[in-house]
Design a protein around this ligand. Structure first.
Ligand SMILES: C[S@@+](CC[C@H](N)C(=O)[O-])C[C@H]1O[C@@H](n2cnc3c(N)ncnc32)[C@H](O)[C@@H]1O
Length: 270
């Protein structure tokens, strides 16, 4: 058996759901990205009659909007921890680890959606193949994850230093890896899906905006992992939080890459 990441998995040493404010942190991310996600899902046809699977559903904002705005027939919202998922007509909640061998929803879906989940999972290639199995013929698999836009040539700012330390620290502790995200279109092709395409959205880092608050909160919660890289100290993280909230801030947020692919109509029915 191979050893897992030293910090355990997402939700264990880093981002435990029981820590005060973790639901609010997820909601800041959702506020920054939900409109873009919903526009894409609706453009792909999500609407009346659709049965949907939302993987790693978090606080359930996408599941809720699929039901209330897009008018889909039902959403199965799956998460390792379902404490933030409420009850509403059409919403079915399942506590499960999607990497586990026993994750078997028992039916196929017109839409399978996973946002900001796969990048945290070490077994991501196998999980994408398994998620493709849960898509019905003619249905779509939609994956969204972060793309890091702080290159080695980006100017040194408190923000860029903190971002580098965060990605490196999360990779070293819980195995998060965003370097793989730009290859999602090819990964979807390899999983047997067609009509593959992708887009990137970068929310503006305006002081006080949901995305700025999301990063500041994310740094607080991953501070130990960031310090462990040796790239930043406490003062540097504090400076980055102040920088994000200041008129000096001039930086690019990580983007959200969304890639999708459709299962051929003639694929075998399960
Ligand atoms: C960053 S949050 C994203 C939540 C939501 N998808 C969104 O975009 O607002 C990641 C979510 O994935 C869940 N998660 C992480 N690993 C998981 C796994 N192996 N199986 C099921 N859910 C998982 C976490 O509990 C958390 O709710």
């Amino acid at each position: 058996m191979t050893a897992g990441p030293p910090g355990g998995r997402y939700g264990e040493a880093v981002f435990p759901p029981g820590q005060a404010g973790e639901g609010e942190r997820i909601d800041f991310g959702a506020l920054a990205y939900d409109d873009v996600t919903m526009a894409r899902l609706r453009a792909l046809g999500a609407g009346p009659g659709w049965q949907c699977l939302d993987v790693g559903a978090g606080t359930g904002t996408v599941a809720r909007r699929l039901l209330e705005e897009a008018g889909v027939a039902g959403v199965l919202a799956v998460d390792r921890d379902v404490r933030f998922l409420g009850e509403r007509p059409g919403l079915e909640v399942l506590r499960a680890d999607v990497t586990g061998p026993d994750f078997a929803p028992g039916r196929r879906f017109r839409l399978v959606h996973a946002r900001f989940v796969l990048m945290h999972l070490p077994e991501r290639e196998r999980v994408v193949a398994a998620l493709a199995e849960h898509v019905e013929p003619g249905g779509v698999l939609v994956l969204s994850d972060a793309v890091d836009l702080t290159s080695d040539r980006a100017p040194r700012t408190p923000y860029a230093d903190a971002m580098r330390a965060m990605w490196q620290g999360l990779r070293a502790t819980i195995g998060t890896d965003v370097s793989w995200v730009p290859s999602y279109p090819q990964v979807l092709r390899a999983a047997g899906l067609g009509s593959v395409a992708a887009e990137v959205h970068v929310p503006p880092l305006v002081p006080g905006s949901p995305i700025s608050r999301f990063w500041a909160d994310t740094w607080e919660r991953s501070r130990a992992a960031m310090l462990g890289t040796g790239l930043v100290d406490d003062a540097a993280v504090d400076a980055a939080v102040r920088y994000l909230d200041s008129a000096e801030c001039a930086a690019l947020s990580a983007g959200m890459l969304t890639a999708w692919g459709r299962k051929p109509e003639d694929a075998a029915r399960g």
